[in-house]
Ligand binder design. Structure first.
Ligand SMILES: Cc1cc2nc3c(=O)[nH]c(=O)nc-3n(C[C@H](O)[C@H](O)[C@H](O)COP(=O)(O)OP(=O)(O)OC[C@H]3O[C@@H](n4cnc5c(N)ncnc54)[C@H](O)[C@@H]3O)c2cc1C
Length: 306
C-alpha cells in the first residue's frame, strides 16, 4: 500500500457505522482533517480526480452498498468548537445539534429547543435547512447568521445565510451546478435573539423529546423522514393512505409507527432501501397522482441526487 499523504487519511473504511441507518459500503479514502488542512486535502483529491463526499452524522443519507470510490470527509469528530461571541453562538460544522441546543439553553436563549432530537451536525443542518415541516418557522434558516465554507481550490470564505437560500429542506448548497457546489462548511454563526426563561426552555426541550418518542420509531436504525412533504401535505399521509405501513423489501420496512420513515430491521442493504423507496414512490403516484421526492440524500452507486 502506498504511503498516504496526510496523517488524518485512512483507506477502505466501512461507512455503515457512521450512518444512522447502519448501511453503506466502504470509503476508498476517509479523512478527518483539521480545518487548516482542508484546502490541501481538497487540492489532493482534485489532482487525483477523486470525487469528494461530506458526511456529518450520516442521519440523512443512503450510502451505496458498493461504498464511495473517492474521498469522504467525516466531520462528526472534528470541528467541534462551540462558544458564545456577543449575540452569536459560533459552532464548528461537526458540532451535534443536541449540543448546540443545550449550549443556547445554557446561555439563556430559546428558539433552539427543536434541535434536541435531530441527530445531525451543524454542517448537515445548514445543508438540509433542518427543522420542522413546511411552513413551520422553526428551522435552521430562522437561527443562522452566516457560515464559513471552503470551495475546492479556493480560500475559506464567510457567506451570509441569506445567500444560501434556505427553504423547506433545501439550500443552494444542494445544487450540483450552483455557486457552492462541492463546498465544505467548516463552521457557522447562530443568532441569540430570543432570551428565554430557563424553566420554559427546559419544558419545551422535554416536550420535543417526548413528542418524538411518541410519534417516531426511535428504537431501530432509520434516517428520519425519507420524503419531503409535497404541496404542504406530509408524505406520511399519502404513504399511510396507500396502505404501505409495514411493507417490507428485504430488511427495509416502512415503519408501522411513522409511514415516512424506513426502518432497518437488521441487515437491510442500500439496495433494499432504494427498492422500497421506488416502490413507495410508484404506489403513491399510481394511487393519488402525487410525485414524492426523497429528502434523504443518496450517495454513490446510481445515486440520483449527489
Ligand atoms: C431519528 C432522526 C430524526 C430526525 N429528525 C429530523 C427533523 O426533525 N428535522 C430535520 O430537518 N431532519 C431530521 N432528521 C434528518 C437529519 O438528522 C437532518 O437532515 C440533519 O441535519 C442531517 O445532518 P447530518 O450531519 O447527519 O448530515 P448527513 O446525513 O451526514 O449529510 C446530509 C447532507 O449534508 C451534507 N453535509 C453534511 N455536513 C456537511 C458540511 N460540513 N459541509 C457541506 N455539506 C455537508 C452531506 O454531504 C449530505 O448531502 C432526522 C434524522 C433521524 C435519524
Amino acid at each position: 500500500m502506498a504511503d498516504l499523504p496526510f496523517p488524518f487519511l485512512r483507506e477502505n473504511v466501512p461507512l455503515a457505522p457512521f450512518t444512522t441507518w447502519r448501511i453503506g459500503g466502504p470509503a476508498r479514502y476517509l479523512a478527518e482533517p483539521p480545518a487548516e488542512s482542508l484546502p490541501a486535502l481538497l487540492a489532493w483529491a482534485c489532482a487525483g480526480g477523486l470525487p469528494v463526499w461530506i458526511l456529518g452524522r450520516g442521519s440523512n443519507v443512503l450510502i451505496d452498498d458498493a461504498g464511495l470510490p473517492g474521498l469522504v470527509i467525516l466531520t462528526r469528530n472534528i470541528w467541534q468548537e462551540i462558544r458564545r461571541e456577543g449575540d452569536f453562538i459560533v459552532a464548528g460544522a461537526g458540532v451535534s445539534l443536541p449540543r448546540l441546543s443545550k449550549a443556547a439553553a445554557a446561555e439563556g436563549f430559546s428558539g433552539y429547543e427543536f434541535y434536541i432530537g435531530i441527530p445531525g451536525t451543524v454542517g448537515g443542518a445548514v445543508f438540509m435547512n433542518a427543522g420542522f415541516g413546511p411552513g413551520d418557522p422553526r428551522d435552521t434558516r430562522a437561527l443562522l447568521e452566516d457560515v464559513e465554507l471552503v470551495r475546492p481550490c479556493e480560500e475559506a470564505v464567510r457567506v451570509a445565510a441569506a445567500n444560501l437560500h434556505l427553504t423547506y429542506r433545501r439550500s443552494v448548497l444542494q445544487e450540483p451546478s450552483g455557486p457552492f457546489a462541492g463546498a465544505v462548511i467548516t463552521g457557522a454563526r447562530f443568532r441569540l435573539a430570543q432570551p428565554g426563561d430557563a424553566a420554559a426552555i427546559r419544558g419545551e426541550t422535554r416536550k420535543h423529546l417526548a413528542d418524538r418518542k411518541r410519534k417516531q420509531p426511535l428504537t431501530r436504525p432509520t434516517a428520519g423522514s425519507v420524503f419531503r412533504a409535497s404541496d404542504g401535505v406530509p408524505a406520511a399521509v399519502h404513504i399511510d393512505r396507500a396502505g404501505l405501513k409495514g411493507f417490507r423489501i428485504g430488511d427495509a420496512c416502512v415503519s408501522p409507527k411513522h409511514a415516512n420513515w424506513i426502518e432497518n430491521l437488521g441487515s437491510a442493504s442500500a439496495a433494499d432501501v432504494r427498492a422500497l423507496i421506488r416502490h413507495v414512490e410508484d404506489a403513491v403516484q399510481t394511487t393519488f397522482g402525487v410525485t414524492l421526492e426523497p429528502e434523504v440524500r443518496e450517495m454513490g452507486g446510481c445515486a440520483r441526487r449527489e
